[in-house]
Design a protein around this ligand. Structure first.
Ligand code: TXA
Ligand code: MG
Length: 344
């Protein structure tokens, strides 16, 4: 990305004072970029109806143009400009889960620029639950397109410091809303054919919770793109295999116990779901865990931060334990781990 590298800007982190929110909303309504906190991960936001503004998102992230953006709204009135219809299935899911970590893919209006949807005739929309994100949407008066605020392919950011570490010099403004309370991205459901909802990405809302509201199962998108198929990603956006990847190789295990420490080289680490009971093991410098108690919400919240901290060059390999539950946040956590561990 030579063009954007040569134009470095000063990246400021803003605290959420009323004056700063006004200032950041003005940047957005004038076509600028602002990194914003959400309940899932930080997003890099721009006016979704301003093609040039959205193009700048792709430049800042180094994101390929065939990977579409999610459009964020603060009120359902904003849907009229974005989607041609809002079927009863969409309404039921929105009633149950908006504002919150659920993204719906629907047919788009011509007002949504092609750059936002990667040329697809559909658009992904979500009403986030984070009060600061909602406030910026309201103050700017714009629906805001926002992908995760990280360089393309790296682990998503769950703090303002993560955003700064990845995009320093490439964006001017980061709104600091503290750590993200959910920590994995939204669940994405394709409702283009509302009779056959399809789960495109597991996330903050569980598949079984969607099924309970819809009164029928939600099929999981079957085709995952292999490592060599990035060029065809526009056919199945979001199914890019390698994503969320640290530089340090990860090796996943269904079960990992502190017994593994005995045979572990000095430059390899263990990332467990919960703190080991064995005190000597817990004190071992190669031993890390996501939650003292193995609480699934805490594991999700800590996951990306832990992967980033273990990606500082100290370790030749990190062994990570998958979560065992197939319910709730389990599939989202394992999906991110699988992608983070994928090579290519
Ligand atoms: O939690 C989240 O969803 C966060 C916060 C910031 O809202 N955003 C996020 O955006 O994760 P991003 O860009 O990292 O992931 C967006 C994904 C795309 O990669 C693609 O898979 C899917 O959303 N997507 C967007 N538009 C789509 C469309 N029209 N059809 C199918 N998938 C779409
Ligand atoms: Mg992302």
């Amino acid at each position: 990305m030579p063009a954007s590298r040569s134009r470095r800007v000063v990246t400021r982190i803003y605290r959420p004072s009323p004056a700063n929110l006004q200032r950041l909303a003005r940047i957005l309504s004038r076509g600028g970029l602002v990194a914003v906190p959400s309940e899932t991960v930080y997003g890099l936001a721009a006016d979704a109806l301003n093609a040039a503004a959205c193009e700048a998102i792709f430049t800042a992230k180094g994101r390929p143009a065939n990977d579409p953006l999610i459009v964020h709204i603060a009120h359902r009135r904003q849907l009229a400009a974005l989607t041609t219809e809002f079927p009863p299935e969409a309404k039921a899911l929105a009633d149950a889960f908006w504002p919150g970590p659920l993204t719906l893919v629907l047919h788009k209006t011509p007002a949504v620029p092609d750059i936002v949807t990667a040329g697809l005739p559909s658009v992904a929309v979500r009403m986030p639950a984070h009060p600061l994100f909602l406030k910026l949407i309201r103050l700017s008066g714009r629906p805001l397109a926002a992908p995760s605020a990280n360089p393309f392919g790296y682990i998503s950011p769950t703090s303002a410091a993560h955003v700064k570490a990845g995009l320093d010099g490439r964006i001017g403004a980061i709104l600091n809303g503290g750590p993200c309370p959910i920590g994995v991205e939204s669940t994405i459901v394709d409702l283009r054919n509302p009779k056959r909802p399809v789960l495109l990405r597991p996330g903050g809302i569980a598949r079984e919770a969607l099924a309970a509201v819809l009164g029928k199962p939600v099929r999981v998108a079957t085709r995952q793109l292999g490592p060599d198929e990035a060029a065809t990603a526009a056919e199945a956006p979001g199914l890019l295999w390698r994503h969320y990847s640290p530089r340090t190789p990860l090796q996943l295990h269904d079960r990992l116990s502190v017994a593994a420490l005995d045979a572990l080289p000095a430059d390899e680490a263990l990332l467990l779901q919960r703190k080991p009971v064995d005190q000597a093991a817990a004190a071992d410098r190669r031993c890390f865990w996501l939650s003292p108690t193995g609480d699934i919400a805490e594991i999700a919240r800590e996951l990306f931060d832990a992967l980033r901290r273990l990606d500082d060059g100290r370790w030749r390999r990190v062994h990570v334990e998958r979560v065992r539950t197939k319910k709730g946040l389990g599939p989202a956590i394992n999906d991110r781990l699988t992608r983070a561990a994928a090579k290519g």
